[in-house]
Design a binder for this molecule. Structure first.
Ligand SMILES: Nc1ncnc2c1ncn2[C@@H]1O[C@H](COP(=O)(O)OP(=O)(O)OP(=O)(O)O)[C@@H](O)[C@H]1O
Ligand SMILES: [Mg+2]
Length: 263
């Protein structure tokens, strides 16, 4: 079950969600693979030392004969694996230009390993370029984090339009798994207004769980730990655990539904 975490807006909590949702799902005994597709490598650095990485997501795209297993690293969290990003990923967009199957590279590579995991999460960069398109073509679902701020919904139309375009051709199965409200400050009226506006726009697609602002969430990556290990009783840990339950429920419900339809 492949889920792309996407929003071309920067700093909305994509990476924080990728690392902590991945860890919370793994701690619920799911076999999880996190793929870092952002050249900033923040997801990767939250688990491993970049010096350790000799090949990662760039090679996934550029070396089709290299077994995917050679690009997978252990994270220190049981049943959570990682395909890390390195700075060379920044060269990928330019390399894909003019390649007629550029949008399908990731999908092709993940076919071999998809079945080894219960959940594959893809962290994407803050652009709607070919890297993000590859993630959306490979994925079954997209999870959109939206920051609770005055300009929260600015830019989401472009993202939804891209999702529609991908659904109309390369990936008709792509579904919006849900919208996650992040960086919430429950003390402010603005934050409450923005949350209710997002719920009006996205209805049931909005996750019940919201992620509030928490210093522990900011600190955890420096300790190479997800928040659920670094500060298990913090609000961030509790919220990402709740989110993992909601995500797994939505994903599993749809899988069961699909099986029932097929029968
Ligand atoms: N709930 C939160 N509470 C406090 N800080 C947070 C929270 N969520 C994210 N942050 C912080 O906000 C910054 C941006 O978050 P993050 O890196 O997850 O966003 P992003 O969407 O992945 O950014 P980019 O678009 O640059 O990849 C980081 O410094 C992160 O630690
Ligand atoms: Mg990020």
């Amino acid at each position: 079950m492949i889920v792309a975490i996407a929003n071309q807006k920067g700093g909305v909590g994509k990476t924080t969600t990728a690392i902590n949702l991945a860890a919370a799902a793994a701690q619920r005994k799911k076999r999880v693979l996190l793929i870092d597709l952002d050249p900033q490598s923040n997801s990767s650095m939250s688990f491993i030392d970049p010096m350790q990485v000799t090949a990662g997501s760039y090679e996934l795209f550029t070396q089709p004969d290299k077994p995917v297993a050679e690009l997978v690293y252990k994270t220190g969290i049981e049943s959570l694996d990682l395909i890390p990003a390195r700075i060379n990923l920044a060269k990928l967009e330019a390399k894909l230009i003019g390649d007629f199957d550029a949008a399908f590279r990731l999908r092709d590579r993940l076919k071999d390993i998809e079945s080894a995991y219960d959940l594959v999460l893809i962290d994407t960069p803050p652009t709607l370029g070919m890297i993000t398109v590859n993630a959306l073509v490979a994925a079954k679902y997209v999870l959109i984090p939206i920051q609770s701020s005055y300009f929260a919904l600015e830019g989401t139309d472009d993202l939804l339009e891209t999702i529609e375009k991908i659904r109309s051709r390369p990936n008709p199965d792509l579904e919006l798994l849900g919208v996650l409200v992040t960086l919430v400050d429950k003390r402010t009226a603005l934050s409450r207004d923005v949350e209710s506006h997002i719920r009006n726009v996205f209805g049931d697609k909005t996750f019940k769980t919201v992620i509030t602002r928490s210093v522990r969430l900011e600190e955890a990556p420096a300790h190479k730990l997800p928040v659920t290990s670094y500060a298990p009783r913090s609000s961030g840990a509790v919220e990402y655990e709740e989110l993992a339950k909601e995500v797994l429920k939505r994903v599993e419900k749809r899988t069961t539904g699909r099986r029932a339809n097929a029968a």
